[in-house]
Design a protein around this ligand. Structure first.
Ligand code: CTP
Length: 403
């Protein structure tokens, strides 16, 4: 799967003959699973039609702040486009546009959007030989690089003028590969293997009954998805959960009982760099599992339970270089209990959920966490979506593994 899958790509097209190649570019982005919106400079419409680009991108194409002719037309907000984009690409970027970008001139929708964009901005220059060779072009490219804009070098070959040399816009396939490789090279967990446990465990009583808990797996799945987005190779060991994997690069291992989870976790632990135990593992399991469905009786029923293995504590004992993270769900003496779990299980970080906090814990889409590291530094966060909580947890982990 491409790293561009699910990304919002804003393509800015300017007035060069290479604009015709943006039709291929848009197709490649769409094929990679990205969402694409196109903004054109007014003059670029002489080289490729907005209709072609809107059909291919499946979105309206804009080139002005509003259309004077159309009374139903709405204001096209450069700020909204800038906020929407995960990636902005200006291709082809003419000498004129490079100069405007370098000097903060915003006399059209594209340039106003460029100045508003919060995302990474890539630019792929295209112009004729001597324009590209001109010192001012080189100065502008350097200046844009100093703004952290990313230069996609042009290639050499025959130019529209018939001259031979540097100045041709990089080929669409090469632009896509360039951006993919650049994103991968910046991913903070690109060479890391991450192991995550999630969901409940079910402890069988007989062939049709079990002891379980209300864990939905949402937090563990959010962690797995975020780790994959950061470039990690992720293994997710999950108890029964209705959650789905949306990133095909995550290896999902379905288990049922605490014993299954113990075996799977030990199979992957040694080969992992970061290990996060978000599962709500049963602490007890029936000593004997009835082989036949148990019949109802008029008398009371006792089922003898025995403790399950503490999986987190068991990997804490054998850990070498792994960064080990546990969760603590507490109802009282939260900090004290969490710190004691952190020490007892030999963790690097513990994520504390308090059931006293509204919106935290099982089944909800939100969580409110406090992170405690092994030096007992405490950081508390607001109530957030589990996706944002996963980001906060990985921000903390990446800070700690990179010091
Ligand atoms: N955990 C585990 N194996 C178990 C029990 C818990 O791996 N058999 C992990 C959980 O995934 C979590 C952490 O240990 O990361 C803490 O789980 P929690 O249920 O809060 O703690 P317990 O150690 O079970 O302590 P208690 O239930 O007494 O609070």
């Amino acid at each position: 799967m491409s790293v561009l899958s699910g990304k919002n790509i804003l393509l800015g097209v300017t007035a060069g003959i290479a604009a015709y190649k943006t039709t291929y570019l848009v197709r490649l982005f769409i094929k990679a699973g990205a969402n694409v919106q196109v903004i054109m400079t007014p003059a670029s419409k002489d080289f490729v039609t907005p209709l072609t680009l809107s059909t291919l991108s499946k979105n309206p194409v804009h080139s002005t702040f509003y259309d004077k002719e159309d009374e139903n037309e709405q204001w096209n907000s450069h700020v909204d486009f800038g906020l929407w984009a995960d990636i902005m690409l200006i291709a082809p970027a003419t000498a004129n546009t490079l100069s405007k970008m370098a000097n903060g001139i915003c006399d059209n929708l594209l340039m106003a959007t460029y100045l508003s964009a919060k995302s990474k901005v890539y630019f792929a220059p295209a112009m004729d030989l001597d324009m590209y060779k001109h010192k001012t072009t080189h100065q502008n490219i350097k200046k844009l690089q100093s703004f952290d804009n990313i230069f996609i070098p042009p290639s050499s070959g025959e130019l529209a003028s018939g001259l031979e040399g540097e100045g041709r816009m990089a080929e669409p396939e090469d632009i896509v590969t360039f951006i993919e490789n650049d994103i991968i090279s910046r991913l903070s967990l690109k060479d890391k293997k991450v192991l995550i446990t999630a969901g409940p465990t079910y402890e069988a009583i007989d062939p049709v009954r079990f002891i379980g808990n209300h864990s939905s797996g949402k937090m563990g799945f959010a962690l797995a998805h975020h780790a994959a987005e950061l470039g990690a190779e992720v293994t997710l060991i999950t108890g029964p959960s209705n959650e789905n994997i949306i990133n095909s690069s995550i290896k999902r291992i379905d288990i049922v009982s605490a014993e299954n989870m113990y075996n799977a976790a030990h199979q992957y632990f040694n080969d992992s760099d970061i290990v996060i135990f978000a599962a709500a593992v049963a602490d007890y399991t029936p000593k004997v599992i009835a082989t036949q469905k148990m019949k109802k009786k008029d008398t009371s029923l006792s089922i003898e339970l025995q403790p399950t293995k503490d999986i987190l504590a068991s990997v804490g004992k054998i850990k070498k270089d792994q960064f080990l993270v546990g969760f603590a769900l507490e109802t009282n003496d939260e900090l004290k209990n969490a710190i004691s779990k952190l020490k007892r299980k030999n963790l690097d970080l513990i994520v504390l959920n308090s059931l006293q906090d509204k919106g935290a814990g099982f089944k909800t889409d939100t969580n409110k966490i406090t992170l405690i590291d092994k030096n007992e530094n405490i950081t508390s966060f607001e109530l957030k979506s589990k996706t944002e909580v996963a980001q906060d947890i990985f921000n903390e982990i990446t800070k700690k593994i990179n010091v």
